[in-house]
Design a protein around this ligand. Sequence first.
Ligand SMILES: [Zn+2]
Length: 162
Amino acid sequence: MVVFESDMFEPSKALSREVVILEGSRSDLSVVEKIMLKRALDSMKNAYAPYSHYKVGAAVLALRGDRVERIFSGCNVENAAFSPTSCAEVSAIDAAVSNGFRKIKSVLVVTDSKLPEAPCGRCRQKIIELGKNAEVIMASSRNKKILKAKIKDLLPHHFEFF
Ligand SMILES: [Zn+2]
């Protein structure tokens, strides 16, 4: 079990006993995290979700080399065939990699559901491959509640080919 240290966030008692997820509010976010939230909310508005009506936006803080940081955002893009559907996190990560940014420092995901939601299993694998120590920030467009967790806690025993 990993316990995060933070002055601003209190461990959530409502969630998993094995993984400590920090609970706070939007006002606790750093300046960069607030920008990520804005970008994710903007992308969420572009979500193409005619089937699930579940809109999601994501923003990734990614690195090119060791110094150049940039935020990439994305939204979910559904498809009538379902299989080609892309999660917002995937859209954002693919945009980062397409621009030469291969290290993920953090991912912010925002949904239009009542409570912040964690990335799906596929996205957790996608995040951890490029960001073993990445932080995942979860937000809802309906309220100011924020959850934070380390990706390695959200995806123990992740797949590694090499
Ligand atoms: Zn996903």
